[in-house]
Design a binder for this molecule. Structure first.
Ligand code: NDP
Ligand code: 8X3
Length: 263
């Protein structure tokens, strides 16, 4: 809590999708928000589009612990006293079956979704423990639980996030710090565009036949976890589009999916 009574939340991956909307929603609900991502111009756009809200852009790459430390050390006074961390930055790269997967893409996912999340957590969590109160919300995925063709390494990184969330709960018992995990299914953001390396036609086709979740749905889930009374810890929320079968929904057209994934 800052001197003026505002709690400060840091949202990673706030230049797009879930993170951008979560930054806005939390700021609308009374938080000062540190919006972290690599694309500074996007963060500035977010802050400028809502001059009514206290959103502070912070350019950093979660894969680089030194740069992260420097960025956090440089936060202005009124954004320093963090009490909420939303570990949202993440990506998927490619959809190849494991036998033909590209190690460089695997590394990108592991470095961001696993190591990047740990880098940021290591820097922020001690501040929450020291103040005897706080909340970490980790954004996982249904890909952690339900396998789908080509989901291999991405799903495994999200299984890491899921298990880490549960273990953090145990380690943080008695510290006053709460930990929640949110596992969304298919949502329309830039996620598919990144997965398909900028191929927007392919990315759009992913949502054919169903109405995907929106960034707003996830932002509201985050805000709901945070809004519970201190005695309540929401451990895990899993949400998916009503029309999504488990996984990526390829059961609707297994042949087409196989063709798609082998390319
Ligand atoms: P977007 O691609 O729209 O947003 C991803 C965000 O992560 C961007 O702001 C990006 O910012 C940031 N990011 C990526 N790499 C880094 C990095 N190295 N350092 C800092 N920030 C980084 O996707 P979503 O909003 O959909 O994804 C958010 C999270 O939700 C991810 O963890 C994703 O795995 C998860 N998820 C997504 C689902 C979906 O269907 N959309 C479903 C389930 C989970 P920048 O490039 O500027 O650094
Ligand atoms: C992303 C959700 O179903 O596209 O984590 O893998 S899904």
């Amino acid at each position: 809590m800052t001197r003026d009574g505002c709690a400060v939340a840091l949202v990673s991956g706030a230049s797009s999708g879930f993170g951008a909307r979560t930054a806005e929603v939390l700021a609308e609900r009374g938080y000062r928000v540190v919006a972290l991502a690599r694309r500074g111009e996007r963060l500035l756009e977010l802050a400028r589009s809502r001059p009514d809200l206290p959103i502070h852009p912070l350019v950093a790459d979660v894969r680089d612990p030194e740069a992260l430390r420097e960025a956090l050390d440089g936060l202005p006074e009124e954004y320093r006293d963090l009490s909420v961390l939303v570990n949202n930055a993440g990506l998927s790269r490619g959809l190849s079956p494991i036998q033909t997967g590209e190690p460089a893409l695997w590394r990108d996912m592991i470095d961001t979704n696993v190591t990047g999340l740990l880098n940021l957590t290591q820097l922020v969590l001690p501040r929450l423990v020291a103040r005897g109160a706080g909340h970490v919300v980790n954004i996982g995925s249904i890909a952690a639980t339900y396998p789908y063709l080509g989901g291999n390494v991405y799903g495994a990184t999200k299984a890491f996030v899921h298990q880490l969330t549960l273990n953090m709960r145990v380690d943080l018992q008695g510290t006053g710090v709460r930990v929640s995990g949110i596992a969304p299914g298919m949502a329309r953001t830039e996620f598919a565009l990144v997965r398909y390396d900028g191929d927007s036609e392919r990315a759009d086709a992913l949502y054919d036949g169903l109405t995907p979740l929106t960034a707003d749905d996830i932002a509201e889930a985050v805000a709901w976890c945070l809004a519970q009374p201190a005695r309540v810890n929401i451990n895990m929320i899993e949400l998916m589009p009503t029309e999504q079968p488990f996984g990526l929904g390829f059961a609707r057209s297994a042949g087409a999916a196989r063709h798609d994934h082998d390319s």
